[in-house]
Design a protein around this ligand. Structure first.
Ligand SMILES: Cc1cc2nc3c(=O)[nH]c(=O)nc-3n(C[C@H](O)[C@H](O)[C@H](O)COP(=O)(O)OP(=O)(O)OC[C@H]3O[C@@H](n4cnc5c(N)ncnc54)[C@H](O)[C@@H]3O)c2cc1C
Length: 393
């Protein structure tokens, strides 16, 4: 963070580099939408200079940068429990149900591989070393909780007010929030950043999908092993989860409708799936799910169509994990935005979008029109804050 702040100071004292970044500004002090650059015109009575809705990678980076520039900042973050009832603390997807627990699970799986290889390198380990999910999950979940706490402390240190409430807009400078006990709060700010991220999607047309299936939001918080698992989808989330589940020695199958890793280099995608198959992950290709039924012993009976062989199939699994993509949180109605302007265009790249004039910046997983990584969100957050608070736009 210190490096980023130093970079902000350096960049801001170097107008040439900023002109390169924001060419339209250098060319005529008018935004592409034709509106004047000065956006303030604000009442000056708002409680905060900046309110960030969403305490994930993008939102927290944005809030911290603004506070470091001396602004009065608030962050609003609220996790709606998954259909299974899983919820977590401050830090968003990456910290709680994304990059961090995922990488720790990969590390655990890799340790298993190393143990299996160890005798060939002279280590006297038992021929079969069992994996204990409960113990691993407890360690990972405790670590994630320590990160939640760390984020709280970092906000406090910068005097950023944290609201654990679910926000929705009243107008462009006012957000209404409700906490889990139903208590209501109104927060006003000169500037708003919407950094509400996304959540895993469930199919609407598969009977039992939501009732009996889980998503990555649940997987990382399971106390016990998921057992024999069917992972539906061929996204990177799907393949990564299937990879470490296989690594733990679990019977793991991936159901693919069309191609794996759509949008990625297909030669690389094939290398990935070939390698996974060689490690024991099974693939059901050209298959679509029909329905899930819960059996008396709590296992799941799964029915699907195999389009290549033109036949109906079924099998029994302990867990069905949906990894069929994400939907933006605000599209799920979690951040209703009854404002006079349309948000449809705002899913484009935030810089230079017409929305900067009205007040809110949109900083979501899909802000650039592509899925953004947490690191991209950090940079986006930095640019937003510097433009708003350094250039007073
Ligand atoms: C399994 C998995 C693995 C991943 N691995 C990687 C990886 O290795 N590398 C990488 O770069 N990226 C990875 N990602 C993607 C990365 O996690 C996301 O791109 C990033 O976390 C998105 O950050 P964000 O700030 O936009 O949103 P989020 O982190 O989702 O934060 C948004 C926050 O806003 C809250 N919120 C939503 N609506 C409201 C509201 N109305 N009021 C208040 N709060 C609200 C949400 O509950 C959430 O806490 C992974 C994702 C997943 C699911």
């Amino acid at each position: 963070m210190a490096a980023v702040t130093a970079a902000a100071a350096a960049a801001a004292t170097s107008p040439r580099s900023w002109r390169r970044l924001f060419r339209w500004r250098a060319l005529g002090a008018r935004a592409p939408c034709g509106l004047p650059c000065s956006t303030r015109g604000l009442s000056g009575v708002n409680e905060f200079d900046l309110l960030v809705i969403g305490g994930g990678s993008g939102g927290l980076a944005c809030a911290k940068e603004a506070a470091d520039l001396g602004k009065k900042v608030a962050v609003m973050d609220y996790v709606v429990p998954s259909p299974r009832g899983t919820s977590w603390g401050l830090g968003g997807t990456c910290v709680n149900v994304g990059c961090i627990p995922k990488k720790l699970m990969h590390h655990s799986a890799n340790l298993g591989h190393t143990l299996r290889d160890a005798p060939a390198y002279g280590w006297q380990v038992a021929p079969s070393v069992p994996h204990n999910w409960h113990q691993m999950a407890q360690g990972i979940q405790n670590y994630v909780k320590s990160l939640n706490w760390g984020h709280r402390v970092q906000l406090q240190e910068r005097k950023i007010k944290y609201f654990n409430i679910q926000g929705s807009f009243v107008n462009e400078h006012t957000v209404h929030g409700v906490d889990k006990s139903g208590k209501e709060t109104k927060v006003t700010a000169d500037h708003m950043v919407i950094a509400t991220g996304g959540r895993p999607r469930y199919p609407d047309d598969v009977e039992g999908a939501k009732e009996y299936g889980i998503s990555s939001d649940d997987l990382f918080w399971l106390k016990e092993s998921p057992g024999k698992t069917l992972v539906v989808g061929a996204s990177y989330v799907s393949l990564e989860c299937a990879g470490f589940l296989t690594g733990f020695g679990l019977d793991t199958t991936v159901m693919v409708r069309s191609i794996p890793l759509r949008g990625f280099d297909q030669q690389m995608a094939l290398l990935v799936t070939d390698h996974m198959e060689s490690q024991g992950t099974k693939f059901l290709k050209h298959c679509t799910m029909k329905k899930l039924e819960k059996l008396q012993n709590n296992q799941l009976k799964v029915y699907w169509n195999n389009h290549e062989e033109n036949k109906e199939c079924l099998d029994v699994f302990d867990t069905v994990l949906w990894a069929v993509g994400k939907c933006e949180t605000r599209r799920r109605g979690l951040a209703p935005l009854p404002l006079s302007f349309s948000f449809s265009g705002a899913t484009r790249w935030i810089l230079g979008s017409g929305f900067w004039v009205v007040a809110p910046w949109v900083l979501t997983d899909k802000a650039s029109g592509k899925v953004a990584s947490w690191s991209a969100l950090f940079s986006m957050a930095f640019f937003v804050v510097v433009r708003v608070f350094w250039y007073n736009e």
